[in-house]
Design a protein around this ligand. Sequence first.
Ligand code: TPP
Ligand code: MG
Length: 615
Amino acid sequence: MSQKTIQLTMAQAVARFLTAQKTVIDGQTVPIFGGVWAIFGHGNVAGVGEALHGIKDTLPTYRGQNEQSMAHAAIAYAKANFRQRFMACTSSIGPGALNMVTAAALAHVNRIPILLLPGDVFANRLPDPVLQQVEDFGDGTISANDCFKPVSRYFDRITRPEQIMPALRRTMQVLTDPAECGPVTLSLCQDVQAEAYDYPESFFAEKVWVPRRIMPDADEFATAAAALKLAKKPVIIAGGGVLYSQASESLAAFAEEHGIPVMETQAGKSALPHDHELNMGSVGVTGTSAANALAEEADVVLAVGTRLQDFTTGSWALFKNEDLKIIGLNVQVFDAMKHNALPMVADARVGLEALDAALMGWQVDSSWTSKALREKEVWLGAAEVATAASNVELPSDAQVIGAVQRGRENATLVCAAGGLPGELHKLWRADAPGSYHLEYGFSTMGYEIAAGLGVALAKPDADTIVMVGDGSYLMMNSEIVSAVMLGIKLTIVVLDNSGYGCINRLQMATGGANFNNLFRDTRHQTMPNVDFAAHAAAMGASAKKVASLAELDTALKESQSQTGVSVFVIDTDPLITTDEGGHWWDVAVPEVSDRPQVNSAREAYVKALKAQRAG
Ligand SMILES: Cc1ncc(C[n+]2csc(CCOP(=O)(O)OP(=O)(O)O)c2C)c(N)n1
Ligand SMILES: [Mg+2]
């Protein structure tokens, strides 16, 4: 067979192929790749670098400041696009590549599509060991990039130029598959990037990807519907899958029609607006008192698009009903069948609409729904108190959340680690789907600022606000430079409590001495007193330290229409969190210790373990 061919390097073939992949958003056909993040080194500058330059007007290349954080930006971009569009990241070999491994794991845990293109050693091995090559004494096929294997959904090493064709086809399958999706790593050997091959032109034909909506299996569906019909005290847990499936309207309709209260995971928060009367808010370890009271009693939990991680299930001690049945409505069978759940493998929207039709006319006993409404009222009162402003010298995180929320009413909130995620999960009032962007699957310190940049790239019209602790800021902040370079509008609020506040509290709760978390409890000659505003200003942000909640509120209002990156720094109390709501979390306490505080924490721990449901 004679195919029309075009001679390209392998890297040029990658670039050309990526530009040909499209998707449809709001009726418009758009490129499925929103751009490529790149930091070049000898492992990618000549091959991939030359190829990206050739397509820079159709597929923009952005220069990151750190390979991990540029990948964070790419991940946030995909999450903010509900996984319909994504980005690629290319690095050199060795340290540049390995800097992306943590980000790969983050995407893997959170099921977010991202294409990683690290350079690799020479396939021909002639210059070995090349600069930055890891040498394995016993296995000639190992390189540093093997570290990506456990944290990639699909990994391939390209050692011949023609291998890139099946590899790219498989790449697109994985990135666009709602059940499988996650990080794809194509490890591109340096010499092969530059090698030419006669590729068939048909390989580069435009392809439009339409998200697959998986229909439920008839038996699984019938079993799930029957279980729901028998339910006296059902609840719905909405996970990230509800957002990715854009099933918010179907979820609201389903809940309203049948009177079932809804609670949200960190990834699922904003599935329903905060003021929807059946939205009980957050569930689990960082749950509202309303959601957790209902979850404790629930006889049927319809778990939609959730991985049921320990924060959601209170380490499996939250659900106390002996006859509990879980229905796992999920695109991924791995999640659908967790803890012996009745699986209903399907897209969230399709599944909810099918269940709605099957349950037509059925409503849960009104006493259950009215209990939910009462519990919600109680919770709203507690939340109001926690977020109210006051004149305290050091405000709590909750009070800062209140000020941010008052200062910017329709913001898209970005956060990942520290004490803030728990407080935000309970207290942030999210209005529109996707307006709450938390990375709490991997809870990676240093995700926040880079993610803010990714969200702002994905949603240029949104008012993106990053809330970040001093610890996370110090760990990773340099994508501020990229945001300034790109003229991105981004607001960053730094909450400075002089250390790792949440881990210090966890340490105390497990009987530990205050040790090595807050700066004051560390080994030091000089107590650090970081000027975060000066630091951010040095990177080109407009930055200010505010002295009070009122000043923060005003500063946020005043900067609403300002372009560029604005950073506001506020000192906070490291010890205060919102007492109301919440649930036990399994953190193993030492069985023996010289510290009496540890021994009594252990006693409480052993008691708490009794509530845990195994298997
Ligand atoms: C990369 C990474 N390292 C360590 C941790 C464990 N960890 C979780 S929160 C935290 C402290 C965060 O400090 P900060 O950002 O100041 O927030 P705070 O706890 O003070 O609210 C640590 C060390 C983590 N989540 N991610
Ligand atoms: Mg801190």
